[in-house]
Design a protein around this ligand. Sequence first.
Ligand SMILES: Cc1cc2nc3c(=O)[nH]c(=O)nc-3n(C[C@H](O)[C@H](O)[C@H](O)COP(=O)(O)O)c2cc1C
Length: 319
Amino acid sequence: MKLKIGNVELENNLILAPMAGVTDLPFRLLCKEQGCGLMYTEMVSAKAILYKNRNTGPLMEVRPEEEPVALQLFGSDPEIVSDIAAQVEDGPYAFIDINMGCPVPKIVNNGEGSALMKNPKLVEEILTALVKKVKKPVTVKFRKGFDDDHINAVEIARIAESCGVSAVAVHGRTRAQFYSGKADWDIIRQVKEAVKIPVIGNGDIFTPEDAKRMLYETGCDGLMIARGAKGNPWIFSRTLHYLETGELLGPPDKEELKETILRHAQLQIQFKGEYLGLCEMRKHLSWYTVGLPHSSSLRNDVNQTETWEDFYNLIQSRI
Ligand SMILES: Cc1cc2nc3c(=O)[nH]c(=O)nc-3n(C[C@H](O)[C@H](O)[C@H](O)COP(=O)(O)O)c2cc1C
């Protein structure tokens, strides 16, 4: 299914969620190859950009072959967030997204991420400033609410729409839940019924069937996948195929799995250097090999490797 956000027409409505420490450029390239319609950078602190923190550079890099990509910023000061967004928007980003869902204590205690949901007035100020200063479409990602006593996704979505935001993404859990329990898809349906801008549903899509069910149960316009894509970029091609044809394709065979792991490692090394790139691959490998026989001993051995050659030989001989 196609999806238009602002003036940008996406190829399809399957979306890779932002995930700090996961959705870096190498991983996004693999998801794009599998047909993903829109991807997000990892979240980037507006303040860190303001203070020219060197770590932000790699987080913000986007290559032409992966477009369209949304840059996700986080912050709580309307002036800083909007000034920084206006400063960086000429980069290769389709949208500027603002994070109002992150549950991590370090972020929440700073009044950022999901803490913003407790302050709808500040949400309005941030979004008003962003839409005023940024020419590209602005989107916002938030949760069901802060906790069970403060469920206000519908209110936040209405504020976003009235501020001129082009789309909202809703994760059906409260901040208090972090990632536990089941995502509440009914809140996504309620948001969809409350606003006219595109609504992207998020939470607990792990299979093509889940994706179809979320579309059906919520009526949402876009489907955003986070944990279901870890070690599994094929979820996008399999889901696209399933939604278009009703046919469920199997998981990749061993050759394709091996080839993808090796290419992922090569991209990591190109992007981050041999040492860091291979360190990054440790977690990805543990996700790629979930459920494979002898995967824990393979993971242990991969964790000791420091060269591409050793990594290559291990993958070739043990998968
Ligand atoms: C490791 C990890 C990192 C995440 N980082 C971000 C982030 O940087 N920005 C954001 O908006 N959400 C982030 N999230 C939340 C996801 O985008 C998503 O909302 C959540 O995982 C629910 O979707 P899922 O059930 O498909 O995993 C992160 C989630 C995980 C598991």
